[in-house]
Design a protein around this ligand. Structure first.
Ligand code: SF4
Ligand code: SF4
Length: 447
């Protein structure tokens, strides 16, 4: 899309700020210990899992076009009285309005599959008429789990594969992780009504395996593969093996551009993107398994890469796997070569999150100490969405540091919100002003 038209589109999207993706950090517990995880996830996290009832109470503050007789509710409380009742009027499928955008609830963590009530979580979201999705490391995604979650209305899933064999296990801190993840991908890829998205965190070890990963995923029948890089924060900050050199960054871009040439987006994809840069029937959440705290690594609902509705997949079995780069930064000459649309950080514009402690933010990997907008235990989620999030919707404040005089600011708006953090004096700064790894535009050679 022409850059001028794209900016117009972005302005309109920002003005309308329709909530399309709601991430729920439903647990901080995790069975793995990933090298690139910026979070404090442990097998037993300090924060208890948020009770489902509390999340539902917050969810029900959102006016729901798919349900009759629902009206915005008050804030949640730790002793919520929301009934988990199968006979609720929200189960009435005739009340669904399939032709308008619907909210997608994305379960993230930690590892969502560690929640014993995961099936009920899905059912409760689905019976409200919303789609739901999950970001998982795949370790516990067995055939039996798959069947249970599909029956609970699972529409999309994202698994992380960060290398072949030992390289993946090295990243994930578990010698059996690769085997489990491959099995999970295999199970999900066979399910034609499930929108599967595989994401890979490319680091100095896995960059040499990109072709091998590509071939492996193709052989497994995967339709979408999204690559991203490591933000120099959290556990990854001081790990030199995590961060690509600028030359490797260019290599990554060239690889993605070349593979995108091979894929043939079908007409539905093209028209959807041209129309609105989003679909109503799919999700492309990236590696939110790593994203739990302010310091988490790249993770997001990359709306811009969502483009293949599950039903379309079934109708286009011959389609090549679509390879794309995540939403993480503006790329100058590589824009549109490595993604279906231009860089657009949708955080706070179409994406919100409910964090483990009830805080309301945008992408879960944004610095929550700086950018949280409220808390579901004291505030009405939808009112917060409507009336706050100003720092996300007007990014003029980001014209500072290296971004201040940057000619690309109008296209980039200071990059992804995940790059901004607090400084000891309380001000915010682009993390790459401290660490030049964050401006992808400059790293990949500008325009
Ligand atoms: S300097 Fe800032 S505004 Fe310019 S391209 Fe880099 S991140 Fe974007
Ligand atoms: S903050 Fe923006 S750029 Fe970063 S992951 Fe979220 S949507 Fe993408």
């Amino acid at each position: 899309m022409n850059p001028f038209l794209f900016r117009q589109f972005r302005r309109l999207e920002t003005k309308v700020h329709e909530l399309n993706y709601l991430f729920w950090e439903c647990t901080q517990r995790c069975n793995l210990s990933c090298r690139h995880c910026g979070s404090d996830c442990f097998t037993s996290a300090k924060d208890q899992d948020m009770p489902l009832e509390d999340f539902l109470k917050a969810l029900d503050t959102i006016p729901n076009p798919f349900c009759q007789n629902t009206s915005p509710k008050s804030t949640a409380s730790r002793t919520s009285s929301v009934k988990l009742d199968e006979s609720d009027s929200r189960t009435n499928s005739s009340s669904r309005k399939d032709n308008i955008d619907r909210l997608i609830v994305v379960l993230t963590g930690g590892e969502p599959l560690l929640r014993p009530d995961i099936e009920q979580v899905g059912k409760e979201i689905a019976k409200r008429g919303y789609y739901w999705s999950m970001v998982s490391n795949g370790f516990f995604y067995t055939e039996q789990m798959h069947r249970k979650l599909m029956a609970a209305g699972l529409k999309a899933i994202t698994f992380s594969l960060d290398g072949i064999g030992e390289n993946h296990n090295w990243m994930r801190g578990n010698p059996n992780s690769y085997e489990h993840t491959i099995k999970a991908i295999e199970i999900a890829a066979k399910e034609r009504t499930l929108d599967l998205d595989v994401v890979s965190c490319i680091n100095r070890r896995s960059i040499s395996q990109m072709e091998e990963i590509y071939q492996k995923l193709k052989a497994l029948g995967v339709r979408k593969w999204r690559l991203f890089t490591i933000i120099p924060i959290g556990r990854a900050k001081d790990d030199p093996q995590m961060h690509l050199t600028n030359e490797e960054m260019v290599r990554l871009m060239d690889f993605i551009a070349e593979k995108r040439q091979l894929s043939k987006p079908h007409p539905t994809t093209t028209s959807v993107i041209a129309a609105s840069d989003k679909t109503t029937s799919n999700i492309a959440a990236s590696d939110i398994t790593t994203s739990n705290t302010a310091a988490s690594n790249i993770a997001a609902s990359d709306k811009t890469t969502s483009n293949t509705a599950a039903s379309d997949i079934a109708a286009h079995p011959e389609q090549e796997m679509e390879v794309s780069f995540s939403c993480e930064g503006y790329l100058g000459k590589y824009e549109e070569k490595v993604r279906p649309v231009r860089h657009f950080c949708h955080a706070g514009i179409n994406i919100a999150s409910v964090l483990i402690d009830g805080r309301i933010c945008a992408c879960p990997n944004i610095d929550r100490d700086v950018f949280s907008q409220g808390n579901i235990y004291t505030d009405n989620l939808f009112e917060v969405w409507e009336n706050k999030f100003q720092a996300f919707r007007n990014r003029d404040w980001a014209r500072k540091g290296i971004c201040a005089g940057c000619k690309q600011f109008k296209n980039c708006l200071g990059g992804g919100m995940h790059n901004w953090h607090s400084r000891p004096d309380g001000s915010t700064s682009l993390s790459d002003l401290d660490n030049p790894l964050s401006c992808h535009y400059h790293r990949t050679g500008g325009c």
